[in-house]
Write a protein that binds this ligand. Structure first.
Ligand code: TRP
Length: 333
């Protein structure tokens, strides 16, 4: 039985880029693989980046990320969903892999280079980040890893670590493959400056749990095709981020109407944006209502996460036992 694993950063409010690029994909894979689709909120990874980590916020963000995924349709009774720090085997396997991984390989990772460049003092955890990620995946002997394209290099390293371990200790781990979201079109930020979430602050993102009024305030002022200076100027909806968003949120007849209307100047940008809001409301309102229900019952959410951690450990513990034995640790009696 193939097994799916992915890690989710507990970084505040997930945006529509995360939603279409990752979360919906988890739900879809969950329907296919059931309990063999394993998802984990990676709080151990979160503490490696001093620029993004706040101890006063971490547990809240971890909880919120679980709520967001459950609200988006991930059913914890059907998949395995847990918090990384609640399964200590992740650290344990990570150390064994640390001993196998050449520092030079880690220093070549693009994400490490980008992040460490901005820091005066670089924590070793930032360098080890991909080793912990390899441990996450291989602890469950997962072979399928849904990720963004920016993680390709880390998955390649995971394969290398699996090969190295298998070579040193005998066939143990599969070499996992990355899978990318089917419609992983690059979702532009609402400020018009590149991909959503990549530019600074919240001006580029539309949160899936963000109040719809606040979303409208950003959509209202979002740049459209610069060719449409006046209401009567025709535009190109393929060059407009509102056109891109319609493809995510609107039904086919609406998409056809706004695309044709933009090209002929039959509709103005404000009306086009209002039509987009209808689609967003249809998608996000029920999701936000589910999130509100979950927040009102935190014990339910925490029970689900603890149950998930139990299920994860039931897979992880025998794998760790196998690893300890192969590595040569004296078994405790
Ligand atoms: N590095 C991943 C990211 O930033 C998160 C992650 C941690 C992950 N462990 C993982 C993804 C294991 C897939 C599998 O998105």
């Amino acid at each position: 039985m193939p097994r799916v694993f992915s890690g989710i950063q507990p970084t505040g409010d997930p945006h529509i880029g995360n939603y279409f690029g990752a979360m919906k994909n988890y739900v879809r894979l969950g329907e296919e693989y059931g309990k063999n689709s394993i998802y984990c909120v990676v709080d151990l990874h979160a503490i490696t980046n001093p620029a993004a980590y706040d101890p006063a916020q971490l547990s809240k963000r971890t909880f919120e990320m679980a709520v967001a995924n459950f609200a988006a349709g991930l059913d914890p009774s059907k998949v395995t969903f847990f918090v990384q720090s609640q399964v200590p085997e992740h650290h344990e396997l990570s150390w064994v892999f640390t001993a196998l991984t050449p520092v030079g390989e880690l220093e070549r990772m693009t994400q490490y280079k980008d992040k460490s460049e901005q820091l005066e003092s670089v924590p070793a955890g930032l360098l080890m980040y991909p080793v912990l990620m390899a441990a996450d995946i291989l602890l469950y002997k997962a072979d399928t890893v849904p990720v963004g394209e920016d993680q390709t290099q880390h998955i390649e390293l995971t394969r290398e670590i699996a090969r190295k371990f298998n070579h040193a200790y005998g066939e143990t781990f599969p070499e996992p493959k990355a899978v990318y979201a089917k419609d992983a079109l690059r979702i532009p930020g609402v400020d018009g400056h590149g991909k959503m979430g990549k530019s600074k602050g919240e001006t580029s993102t539309l949160g899936i749990l963000e109040p719809l009024d606040s979303i409208w305030q950003k959509v209202r002022v979002a740049p459209t095709d610069p060719a449409r200076v006046r209401r009567t100027d025709p535009g190109d909806p393929d060059k407009c981020l509102i056109g891109d968003y319609h493809k995510l949120f609107s039904d086919l007849p609406t998409i056809e109407t706004v695309y044709a209307g933009c090209r002929t100047a039959g509709i103005g940008c404000v009306d086009c944006k209002k039509m987009l809001m209808e689609g967003m409301r249809r998608e996000l309102e029920p999701l936000q209502a589910r999130a509100a229900d979950l927040r009102a019952d935190p014990d339910l959410v925490r029970d689900a996460l603890e149950q998930g951690a139990k299920e994860a450990r039931a897979i992880a513990q025998p794998v760790m036992e196998e690893v300890r034995e192969k590595v040569g640790f004296l078994k405790s009696r």
